[in-house]
Design a protein around this ligand. Sequence first.
Ligand SMILES: [Zn+2]
Ligand SMILES: [Zn+2]
Length: 253
Amino acid sequence: MRSLSRALACAVLDLFYPPHCAVCEKPFGDGERAFLCRECESKIERINQNHVCHCGLPLPEALDLCPECARSELVFEQIRSFGWYEEREDPHHVLSTLIKIFKYSGEQALAPLLAGYLAEAGEPLRSLVEQITFVPMYLSDERERGFNQAELLARALGRLWGIPVVRALDKTKKTKQQAGLPREERRENIRGAFGLAKFPPCASILLVDDVCTSSATLTECAQVLKKEGGVERVYGLTVARVAQTNIERMEGT
Ligand SMILES: [Zn+2]
Ligand SMILES: [Zn+2]
């Protein structure tokens, strides 16, 4: 009886609100996957994973490090990100729109789709990590939003890969939004913002977040995991990444 009323409820819902793409809102055709139509999915700007720097940026064949990594201490073994992110409002930018819907409209059902992208880009890291963790939110911010998007992604990825997910860090300081801050202020803004939580000791861990802007947040988290948590190798994985040129453009404004 219950399944019949559920089927009925779904049919009524479909009638008034037919299944449609979350980005372009076109009704789905046959065999299209939940949330995204084929056309939108084909428009996602994926990052070429063939030859990437420690920081996850794709490199020309002749280089092994990007200029930024060449002049700074390497905290991460490797960061990887699935696709490019556009911070400016652009409803046609598929991956950014999906992440914004996920984060700001509370569409938590998008977690498995985005975790699938994490799994794709992070496949080379899978056999290298013992545990998965996530960038934590400040408690009152998390209560206000109702969830931490990075934690949802980490947990969905952990289920896909069969790797334990732990809360390894707490956010102990309220910070300004990293997006829109100049690079120097980003480092300052996030410094000392994280503390170690209780988690089983391990030699290698994967740190998950939704978007990597300048890697200042990921780097700060990784430093705490290594220095205070005794983790030897920290890897990073994000769904999307702001292109370097975008960062420079944002700083110029
Ligand atoms: Zn679409
Ligand atoms: Zn680099």
